[in-house]
Design a binder for this molecule. Structure first.
Ligand SMILES: [Zn+2]
Length: 362
């Protein structure tokens, strides 16, 4: 049977918890890493009713999108949110949060909404950037292969699904050792010219210490010559999803379909809804703070939730046609996450049947 630790490892390999925003609180919030998973219940919010549902369905693990615990708990009384924590611990149920890491994933919550409303040609709306490190190092011919092997073992030269990625060029290096040097090649005070290989390769910046230690162990020279520099690449993770409609359609006409597909109580439109649209940007949850970046992508329509009065005026000024699809449209992740987890090889996954919409429309 799968332990919680192994389940988190499986998730992390696809949807790294490190991709969550710094203010977020994701991963195992309540529970025991060594517990064995009897069943997983996916939900948008972890309420008392959802805990009861997990007990009834013999699921000892709940995976919620919204973190139950955000920060600084002062007391856990058996009331309010405390009652939920109580119920989880009493029933030996683990609670995992997959929040902004799931948002940043290209098959995450925005993509699940895009699937539900039929958008094609989906891609990340606002791709994130991430830092990489590049090493260039000069090594005598006969030591190039052993050095490459040692560097590869230290995690250098991995690009996506490829490992051992190196570029090399032949050339000549020169140096003059002084009296106190103990050179591997050459003699004191004499200029030495050596046939060398220049290797170029990339690595994850967090490996730098390990990489430099490997260089000093695997390189024959007393003072290996190398440079390490950082650069930015476009990440495969980011914010929101953009997609296309099969054919151009009047916004208000298509939004009626969106309202029905997402089960939205009230759909509010900001801007000229008679406009013809064919490209759509979605940021699940509350994404209006990205309005300028979204407008710059050139999408015809922006879908997000939780838009306030003054933000709606800002959107009018920006000229970005927007529809408030309510934060609760994220409920598509309940079934969507179940499918994802199953595609990662998890079994006994159930989607919560409990609606956690806090609003009731009359
Ligand atoms: Zn949300």
């Amino acid at each position: 049977m799968l332990q919680i630790r192994e389940l988190l490892g499986k998730i992390d390999a696809e949807i790294p918890f490190s991709k969550a925003e710094s203010w977020d609180n994701v991963g195992l919030l309540i529970g025991d890493m060594s517990s064995e998973v009897t069943g997983i219940l996916t939900t948008l919010d972890c309420t008392l009713e959802v805990v009861q549902e997990a007990v009834a369905k013999h699921c000892n693990t709940i995976i919620a999108h919204h973190p139950l615990i955000f920060s600084g708990i002062k007391r856990i009384e058996n009331k309010g949110y405390g009652a939920v924590i109580h119920a989880l611990i009493k029933n030996d149920i683990q609670l995992i949060a997959m929040h902004t890491n799931l948002d940043a994933y290209d098959r995450g919550v925005s993509a699940m909404i895009a699937d539900k409303i039929g958008l094609t040609k989906q891609q990340i709306l606002l791709p994130a950037e991430r830092e990489m490190a590049k090493l260039q190092i000069f090594v005598p011919h006969e030591h190039a292969e052993p050095l490459k092997r040692a560097l590869a073992e230290a995690g250098v030269g991995r690009i996506g699904d490829y490992s051992d990625c190196f570029f090399q060029l032949e050339g000549q290096g020169q140096f003059r050792p002084n009296e106190s040097a103990s050179p591997y090649i050459g003699t004191s005070n004499q200029l030495e010219v050596v046939d060398e290989i220049k290797l170029e390769c990339v690595f994850e910046p967090h490996l730098q210490q390990q990489v430099e230690a490997t260089i000093h162990t695997a390189h024959p020279y007393e003072e290996p010559a190398y440079d390490i520099y950082r650069f930015k690449v476009t990440d495969q993770f980011g914010t929101g999803i953009r997609g296309e409609l099969e054919t151009g359609i009047k916004a208000e006409e298509w939004l009626l379909h969106v309202k029905e597909q997402l089960g939205i109580q009230t759909l509010r439109i900001i801007g000229d809804s008679s406009k013809m649209i064919s490209t759509v940007g979605i940021i699940s949850g509350a994404g209006v703070s990205y309005m300028k970046e979204v407008a710059a992508t050139g999408v015809d329509l922006f879908l997000t939730g939780d838009i306030k009065y003054h933000e709606a005026h800002d959107l009018l000024m920006t000229g970005l046609l927007t529809a408030d699809i309510e934060h609760y449209s994220e409920q598509v992740m309940i079934a969507g996450l179940k499918d994802l987890l199953q595609s990662f090889g998890c079994t006994q996954v159930e989607a919560s049947e409990h609606a956690t919409h806090p609003f009731k429309a009359i």
